[in-house]
Design a binder for this molecule. Structure first.
Ligand SMILES: Nc1ncnc2c1ncn2[C@@H]1O[C@H](COP(=O)(O)OP(=O)(O)OP(=O)(O)O)[C@@H](O)[C@H]1O
Ligand SMILES: [Mg+2]
Length: 148
């Protein structure tokens, strides 16, 4: 399970959020689940760009929200699965079953709007919650490492 430490960070630009993601990627191992949470426009996709680029999965410019496909896959140091559950407002039983099956695949699973899945997860996960800060480009980022 990942070694992501529980901490809080503040970033002051999208680039800083990408850099934070890159730094966190070093601690990710196959099987890890990272929920990326926060309101629209918080910076979940920027954080995911950093995580995926840091895993060697793609250049950050090649990572976009998989809003319509729900999941994108990037072969890197480990396979990285990048999900965006926004379109699945109400997760149906079938949706959950499908996602649970994908989560069995070897790799690192990065899930935007991951709080929607939280109650259904049966193994430890890390949770990153992004909130708005005082200035326009400030983001307060709460990082919770996986609970055993
Ligand atoms: N410190 C920051 N970190 C990340 N993004 C920032 C920051 N400051 C400003 N922004 C801006 O906030 C927006 C974040 O967009 P992003 O697509 O990452 O959000 P999101 O949480 O994925 O939204 P959605 O729920 O719509 O997918 C971008 O327009 C970005 O330029
Ligand atoms: Mg997004």
């Amino acid at each position: 399970m990942n070694a992501i430490a529980t901490t809080r960070a503040t970033t002051r630009s999208p680039e800083e959020t990408v850099a934070l993601g890159r730094a966190l990627a070093a601690d990710l191992r196959t099987g890890d689940i990272v929920l990326v949470c926060g309101p629209m426009g918080a910076g979940k996709t920027y954080l995911a760009k950093g995580l995926i680029a840091g895993m060697g999965g793609a250049a950050e410019d090649d990572v976009a929200s998989p809003a319509y496909d729900i999941v994108h896959q990037f072969p890197g140091r480990e396979m990285v699965f990048h999900y965006d559950l926004f379109r699945l407002q109400q997760l149906s039983g079938e949706d959950v079953e499908w996602i649970m099956e994908l989560l069995q695949q070897d790799g690192v699973h990065v899930i935007e709007w991951g709080d929607r899945l939280e109650g259904a997860l049966r193994r430890p996960f890390a949770k990153i919650t992004i909130g708005f800060g005082e200035s326009d480009e400030d983001r307060v980022i709460d990082i919770e490492g996986a609970q055993p």
